[in-house]
Design a protein around this ligand. Structure first.
Ligand code: FAD
Length: 469
């Protein structure tokens, strides 16, 4: 970090420790907690995007179906209202990751992802969900020569698979967004929409209620148990009895211990600036308002909000021993200070701009960076978790696939290797922590060495596994 550390720390001290997206007066009132017994046809555990999309799709497909959602805090408490709001068509954490794991299925995966994004946007329109959607696409930028070479290779590979990306040279990329750090860029004009994640959560929640779903908040599920043909989902004050259960708790593995083998929580840190003045906007350009990410293995992602703030997230993704989760990991000053320095390294012309909010959230990641699906209670409970850092759009598809599995519907989705075969599990603790920390250090080292991977990362790659946010 070339910025003055004390200055960055003081900027971080001044930022409100809260999630910008949900720090608003129009935030809906919490719904009552579960108290007493309830019966349903389908119980959904977790009210993030996966749980809410599952509820909405289930109620839409079968309007008579009685659906209950049980959420530990309030809907969107997890990753779903803490994210960058890049709603991407990719179901595979990017085309390259999908191609490397499922070369035979990549065409179908890309097509389904594009359809999913179109349908997501259309569903928001039909349910009058105002999620601030801007289909501006996304811009990958190279800040090092080796990244520029990789973008070039990516461009050619994508073209060979019929994916059209606009290649931007130094002048062109800086004309899009003015940073002296940028050497080149690739603009995917169609594949990403920017959304306001909290408004999407709240809109989905309202649409589910309109369709008759019952949602209970502040109701952490403590366990599930089979009783004859029913599964009992138990909270401290109540129990829901239903023949089918869908668990959508992402990085939280308590309701189904098996999830812990495949999904680890990675805390990703985010800053939000104050709104930029028109003079400040003129200094950076960004007329096309794309979502942007740089191309290192440790990368930043950034975007504009409707009121022209800049959201700046990523780079320093942390794992805490024992799948550690909770508020104590959300305000890691060291991480926020580090990325604040990177912000002003990238946009020195914005000197004087302040950060209004800072927060972090748990990314549920798998060793293949894509969602894992699993079952319990003889297939009458299905879980889906682990979209890594690209679940805003993919969670709708994940929810749909989980419903297919639950209803024993054989579909194009359920036949995919990505769905049928689980990713390689992470080692259990006490090995998990040192292995992940070592891998993180190796990734940082590769970035400092023109992207060249050392023996450990190459070995992981040979087994088709990795670590990402
Ligand atoms: C900082 C950050 C930035 C990100 N940026 C992007 C991005 O720009 N684009 C993108 O595509 N993806 C991004 N992601 C990832 C994306 O947000 C997630 O993949 C997606 O929101 C996952 O949704 P979900 O519903 O599966 O999980 P979550 O939103 O995590 O929801 C899980 C829910 O389950 C609830 N829960 C947990 N335990 C229990 C229990 N015992 N009982 C009842 N309820 C329980 C939680 O309270 C939570 O509400 C980001 C994630 C983070 C953290």
């Amino acid at each position: 970090m070339s910025q003055n550390r004390a200055k960055m720390e003081s900027l971080i001290d001044d930022a409100k420790p809260a999630v910008f997206w949900s720090d608003r007066s129009d935030r809906p009132e919490p719904l009552p907690a579960l108290s007493g017994p309830e019966d349903a046809d389908l119980t959904i555990v977790g009210g993030g995007f996966s749980g809410l999309w599952a509820a909405l799709l289930a109620c839409t497909q079968d309007p008579g179906r009685e659906v209950v959602v049980v959420e530990a805090q309030t809907c969107g408490f997890g990753a779903s209202s803490r994210n960058g709001g890049f709603c991407d068509a990719s179901l595979t954490h990017g085309f390259l990751n999908g191609l490397s794991h499922w070369p035979k299925e990549i065409g179908a995966l890309e097509r389904m992802g594009a359809e999913n994004l179109d349908e997501l946007i259309a569903t928001c329109a039909s349910h009058k969900i105002d999620a601030g959607i801007e289909r501006t696409g996304s811009l990958s930028v190279a800040t090092q020569e080796w990244q520029a070479e990789e973008l070039l290779e990516y461009h050619e590979l994508a073209a060979a698979h019929g994916i059209a990306l606009d290649r931007l040279d130094t002048e062109e990329v800086r004309a899009q967004l003015n940073s002296g750090s940028f050497l080149s860029g690739l603009w995917d004009r169609e594949g990403t929409a920017m959304v306001d994640p909290a408004r999407l959560v709240w809109g989905l929640r309202r649409a589910c209620l309109d369709l008759g779903a019952r949602i209970f908040e502040h109701s952490p599920v403590r366990g599930t148990e089979r009783q004859d043909r029913e599964i009992l989902v138990t909270t401290d004050a109540g129990v829901v009895s239903s023949p089918k259960v869908l668990v959508a708790t992402n990085a939280w593995a308590e309701p189904v211990r098996a999830i812990r083998r495949y999904v680890v929580p990675i805390y990703d840190h985010v800053l939000m600036t104050e709104p930029l003045s028109s003079e400040q906007m003129a200094l950076i350009g960004w007329g096309s308002r794309q979502g942007v990410s740089d191309s290192g293995n440790q990368f930043h992602y950034y975007r504009l909000t409707e009121d022209n703030r800049i959201l700046w997230g990523g780079f320093d993704a942390n794992y805490h021993r024992g799948n550690g989760m909770g508020p104590s990991y959300e305000l890691r000053k060291e991480s926020h200070t580090l990325v604040a320095g990177h912000f002003f390294d990238t946009f020195p012309q914005l000197e004087g701009l302040r950060f209004s909010h800072r927060w972090a959230g748990p990314i549920g990641t798998t060793s293949k960076f894509t969602a894992a699906f699993g079952t319990a209670h003889q297939g009458d409970l299905v879980w889906v978790a682990g979209y890594t850092g690209l679940g805003v759009g993919a969670s709708r598809w994940g929810a749909r696939t989980a419903l297919d599995l639950l209803d024993n519907v054989v579909s194009e989705r359920t036949e995919l290797a990505m769905v049928r075969k689980k990713p390689m599990p992470f080692p259990p603790e006490p090995l998990r922590n040192p292995v992940i920390q070592f891998t993180r250090r190796q990734i940082a080292k590769a970035d400092q060495n023109q992207g060249k991977q050392g023996a450990w990362l190459r070995l992981l790659g040979a087994f088709g596994v990795g670590f990402d946010s």
